[in-house]
Write a protein that binds this ligand. Structure first.
Ligand SMILES: CSCCC(=O)C(=O)COP(=O)(O)O
Ligand SMILES: [Zn+2]
Length: 223
């Protein structure tokens, strides 16, 4: 079996990820080859279909994907190099109820992840759109979105993320930010994860624009 022959059983999932890539690129959240996407295609052993590294996410080709196992390595030889951030997908996919992971690099995520970094995270609260997150039934919800320092040491970041996703007392829900880098979200399947990323991006943009508005109003009051 050569590198891409093994992808044949996963054509429906590949097509779905290509569509998501086009949408996220059009929204401006996955430009310049940034971002990576995955879906779980097997359990026992874990198998994740993930984007190959360095590809234009708005124009993903049918062979721009890799199937990896829980060590983040190709499940068979000869495949392309998987995303540089593969282990962040593996850690999320290893958690119960996670069937897909999407990572984006929007302008608002990049700026807010730096602005709120010293506070360890940011709060999303009071917005009706919070009900777009699975299990949330009221706008009177307080979602804490954690921010991790950016690093090129992905195995070490993956361990930090694992600790917070498996924290029994208060596990991270919905997603997290990486400072000056981007957003990771997950869900039971690609449909739910796509909704989560749209909701998260919407709420982060609200947070950023509100800060700008408040700044403009206080400047006007002073003047
Ligand atoms: C210009 S994108 C820098 C790398 C990155 O953060 C990313 O999301 C894409 O990396 P990949 O290896 O998955 O293509
Ligand atoms: Zn990234």
């Amino acid at each position: 079996m050569n590198g891409v022959e093994g992808l044949a059983p996963y054509r429906p999932q590949i097509d779905a990820l290509r569509d998501v890539g086009q949408m996220l690129w059009q929204r401006g959240w996955s430009v310049g080859t940034s971002s990576n996407y995955s879906v779980v295609v097997g359990r026992d052993p874990l198998r994740i279909l993930i984007t190959a590294s360095g590809k234009d996410k708005g124009r993903l080709g049918p062979d721009d994907f890799v199937v990896v196992g829980d060590d983040g390595r190709g499940a068979w030889p000869g495949q392309a190099k998987s995303s540089a951030e593969t282990l962040l997908h593996v850690v999320a996919a290893q958690q119960p109820g996670v069937g897909a992971v999407l990572h984006t690099h929007s302008v608002w995520c990049t700026l807010l992840s730096d602005y709120f970094f010293s506070q360890g995270g940011l709060v999303l609260e009071g917005y009706e759109m919070l009900k777009g997150f699975a299990g949330v039934t009221t706008h009177e919800t307080r979602a804490w979105i954690e921010i991790f320092e950016n690093t090129q040491d992905i195995p070490s970041l993956a361990e930090k993320v694992r600790e917070r996703m498996t924290d029994v007392a208060s596990p991270m829900k919905f997603g997290y930010l990486i400072r000056k880098h981007g957003l990771y979200t997950w869900g039971v399947d690609l449909e739910e994860t796509r909704r989560h990323i749209e909701v998260m991006e919407f709420l982060l943009e609200c947070t950023g624009r509100k800060l700008l508005l408040e700044g403009a109003i206080s400047a006007a009051v002073v003047a």
